[in-house]
Design a protein around this ligand. Structure first.
Ligand code: DC
Length: 229
């Protein structure tokens, strides 16, 4: 893995929908005292803004303009769009599906690049998404690719929604996850993929804290290797 020592370190965590990226990345960031970027939220916000403004979610020019002119603020785990707290709205399945659509547009991806790279600040960053390792932070010190079976991911999403008091249907969730996997991995612009230099971790049946511990061990190993070089 290449490393640009002039920039703060990055741990890139990619993977399909509901593979546990957010939970794992946030916990690793907390333990290391690093900043945390949930890049999916940015695509969700673009999807939400586009939907609310009646835009065509498949029109790259229109959606790129929206992405470039976002008025957003992250504050204490909450996210604000145009001075409105949209933290819960962006977590909706509808916003997720809209995010997957706008994420396929090359112009939107370029429009969000600087915003994402701006999260790379000392002492370091843990970033999760689909193309953190392959595009946005190609020089990340550690690249992780998280997977889990679609059935387990649908179960996790189901539990998350029920815990938040939302209604949910497991069959519909599984269908949605499979449709999103297909769209995210077959799109031309920055498709979801495991980089050759990423470590794959299958989280099926593994508790989150065990995965967090494994990522921390891999990062410590990387740091030791750096010191001996
Ligand atoms: O990680 P998530 O479920 O919040 O992401 C929602 C959608 O956003 C996902 O289906 C595809 C898109 N996305 C993307 O294209 N690139 C990213 N780095 C993160 C998310």
């Amino acid at each position: 893995m290449s490393a640009d020592t002039a920039l703060p370190p990055v741990i890139a965590i990619d993977g399909p929908s509901a593979s546990g990226k957010g939970t794992i990345a946030a916990a690793v960031a907390r333990q290391l005292g690093f900043h945390y970027l949930d890049s999916g939220v940015l695509y969700r916000i673009v999807g939400l803004a586009g939907t609310e403004r009646g835009a065509n979610l498949d029109d790259d020019a229109q959606m790129s303009r929206i992405a470039l002119n976002l008025n957003i603020k992250f504050d204490d785990g909450r996210v604000w769009l145009d001075h409105r707290d949209v933290s819960d709205l962006v977590r909706d399945e509808g916003a997720g599906a809209a995010a997957s659509r706008v994420g396929a547009l090359p112009g939107v991806r370029i429009a969000l690049m600087a915003l994402q790279r701006g999260f790379r600040r000392a002492p370091g960053l843990v970033a999760d998404g689909r193309d953190m390792a392959s595009v946005v932070f190609q020089d990340a010190q550690l690249k992780i690719y998280l997977t889990a079976t679609a059935e387990e991911r649908a179960q996790r999403r189901y539990k998350q929604l029920i815990d938040k008091g939302h209604s949910a249907n497991i069959t519909a969730l599984l269908q949605d996850i499979c449709a999103r996997d297909l769209r995210d991995s077959t799109r031309v612009a920055a498709p979801l993929q495991k980089c050759a230099d990423a470590v794959e971790i299958d989280t099926t049946g593994t508790p989150a804290d065990a995965v967090v511990a494994q990522v921390l061990r891999l990062y410590q190993k990387h740091q030791k290797q750096q010191k001996t070089q």
